[in-house]
Ligand binder design. Sequence first.
Ligand code: FAD
Length: 455
Amino acid sequence: MPTALLWFRRDLRLSDHPALLAAVDAAGPGGSVVPVFVFDDRLYGPSGEPRRRFLLDCLAELDASTGGALVTRTGDPAAVLPQLVAELDAVSVHVTADAGPYGRRRDQAVERALGDVPLVRTGSPYAVAPGRVVKRDGTPFQVFTPFARAWREHGWHSPAVRPDPVPWQGDVRSDDRPPPPDLGDVQLPPAGEAAALEAWHRFRDERLLGYDEGRNTPGTNGTSRLSAYLKYGCIHPRTLLADLAAEQGSESVRRYTDELAWRDFYADVLWHRPDSAREYLKPELQGMGYDSGPDAEQLVRAWETGRTGFPIVDAGMRQLLGEAYVHNRVRMIVASFLVKDLHQEWTLGARYFMQHLVDGDLASNNHGWQWVAGTGTDASPYYRVFNPITQGKKFDPDGSYVKRWVPELRDLDAKYVHEPWTAPGGVPAGYPEPIVDHAHERQVSLDRYAAVRAR
Ligand code: FAD
């Protein structure tokens, strides 16, 4: 009886899973499906500990959902998969297409190594697969707004039905899974598909209609916190978009749909320009001057550990270390601070985020950083420098976000929280004075920008 392999990667769920349906189809009546995950050292090793832990927890949940059938193997997929195919005499290997630079190369290598056994790509982790939405002249979009318009016009499929039962084959040898990293006090969201669906349903029913207001205030629980689930495919954006279609008409629904479009947009940019994972999307800023040496390193260390003396920056960096997550508004503020106040290259911050975020995703992270640095897709005609004080006052007006993550400032009146040096008693004991003068560093950054543009 035919055996089909379903190779899981960033699609750790059973609902709305077109590649699973394709595998069940290929196995046919009486056949079986073998679910497999490969620990690939090129990907698993360099992921930060929060992502490794979350992935392992998602796999444990997926294993339970398949009745314990999930096979895990370790090594280069181009060696591991042909070997497994030979062991099981499998007829095909099914995957959700990977659009990332490494994933595309890896899949081509696996395809070659499988020889006559097809690697069948069905679906992608995105509402619209990267590369599909292009301008009328066939060239890719560089700017979000026209991309989002074309993306909506293109549209997407309805969620795929969940096959039930799946003829899992449960007697295949597995390698031991790596031991889960110990994260100490870091609080991750519960892993897996059931938790993802529950988080989505709770957000949809209780907070979605307030999203337009709530999404910019880090002190409130205004966003969906689905990013890690979307990253690992515990839930597919199609599932969310199908529910959103039922709620059309509200500004919050439009906004939330836009955020999913940003996710697709950055994946699309990376698909067209795989080099932009590391290289500047806009090469004009390549020669920008950055700071180095022991003093600069000390300032970076203060940023990393949440001790810059700028409360909203410190709260964000402490949230990163405490929850492996940072609110979107605060990601922009802390990124701007590193690049434009501390004059560090965006790649340094992007690497640090990837080590510490549970939702760390090459496309969204590196293009989020490039957007803030001004080297990416920001269409603004001026060089944007976030002011950490006014941003704090505007988006955390009662100081609740800062007070949650910076206990040294908990006793301050809200009006001093974002400028503790103006409080009657001065900066509270244990909290640092500002490590730089924002107005001065802003000017330095603008001057360096002007110099590089004048070349
Ligand atoms: P919600 O506001 O509930 O949004 C719903 C979903 O839309 C998110 O889960 C996410 O998948 C998507 N989304 C929202 N905003 C963006 C955006 N600006 N870009 C791309 N997708 C978006 N997001 C990641 O998933 N992984 C990253 O590694 C990452 N790094 C970032 C780095 C920087 C410097 C910046 C400025 C942004 C980064 N983002 C990243 C985007 C955004 O901050 C997170 O997706 C968001 O904060 C996740 O919280 P949420 O699920 O509650 O978002």
